[in-house]
Ligand binder design. Structure first.
Ligand code: PAF
Length: 285
């Protein structure tokens, strides 16, 4: 694999190496099996891929979160070395490369950016859109790979592509989980041992909730989710919403879930200092 940290060098290499389909896997590092599944999917689809490792400051609304975000670059490179091919590229830019001047662009995504993560992390998706659009414009990938764990981010990226008419296809890969069900996340290593032990309650609860929809209505399900998770010391539910996967319109009652659409229960939990998100598909009944 090649490790490149400047935009100029990246573009020179891409000009030379670009084949029929260029794959792109954006990451903020602290790689885990979830990222590796994106990388493997990209490798199986594309003769050349770029994996970026860049902790994007503009998507953090919380300075402490940005400061403590893990940055184990050496370990990340060792993991990638095991799966990337000779010409695949790891792009590790710094802030000056990605933001040579302050990015003042304001994006507008309507309802998609008006609920769930957006209410708890104001400006987060604007920052995501700034960096992802910059990557798309520098790399010009044919396919970009994103994890479904960041459910709302996937909807935002699809809208970003639509609004800007980027010629990139999005491949969405399933959530990868620890054996106990906890969704893999770079933040999991920051969990205190007791919090980590309790964290599988999140997936267990939303899995049960997705079954409950057969017999119960949404207000009852929401109360169940909150009560089950908040039984654990230090856990509080920031939101739990059942939304469709296109416009992210929340269903308040079962009868509002429309045929022909797919619905997901999306949750964010504050587990002491760390925020964890997860989601699961809800059947239409
Ligand atoms: O999902 C992430 O890790 C980030 O939001 C992304 C897409 C790499 C942009 O910084």
């Amino acid at each position: 694999m090649k490790i490149i940290s400047t935009v100029k060098e990246l573009q020179v290499q891409l000009k030379e190496l670009r084949r029929s389909s260029l794959g792109f896997v954006p990451t903020m590092g602290a790689l885990h099996k979830g990222h590796l599944s994106l990388v493997r999917n990209a490798i199986s689809e594309c003769p050349l891929i770029v994996v970026s490792i860049y902790v994007n400051p503009t998507q953090f609304n919380d300075r402490e979160d940005l400061k403590r975000y893990p940055r184990p670059l050496k370990k990340d490179l060792a993991m990638l070395r095991k799966c990337l091919r000779k010409n695949d590229i790891v792009f590790t830019p710094d802030d000056n490369e990605m933001y040579p001047a302050e990015d003042k662009r304001i994006f507008s995504f309507g309802n998609i950016d008006n609920l769930m993560e957006s209410l708890h992390r104001p400006g987060h998706f604007n920052g995501v859109a700034q960096i992802v659009s910059r990557f798309f414009e520098i790399i010009l990938p044919n396919v970009a790979f994103f994890g479904l764990k960041d459910f709302q981010q996937v909807a935002v990226i699809k809208e970003l592509i639509r609004q800007n008419q980027y010629k990139v296809k999005i491949a969405v890969c399933p959530v990868v989980r620890e054996p106990d069900g906890l969704a893999m996340s770079s933040r999991n290593i920051l969990l205190e041992p007791q919090v980590r032990k309790n964290a599988p309650v999140i997936f267990k609860t939303i899995s049960e909730a997705s079954e409950m929809i057969r017999k119960s209505d949404i207000p009852e399900i929401k109360a169940f989710v909150k009560k089950s998770i908040e039984k654990r010391a230090g856990f509080s539910v920031e939101y739990f919403e059942i939304v469709d996967d296109r416009e992210l319109i929340p269903a308040g009652l079962k009868k509002e879930m429309e045929k022909g659409k797919r619905y997901y229960g999306c949750i964010a939990v504050r587990a002491k200092k760390i925020r964890l998100i997860d989601n699961i598909e809800f059947p239409l009944v």
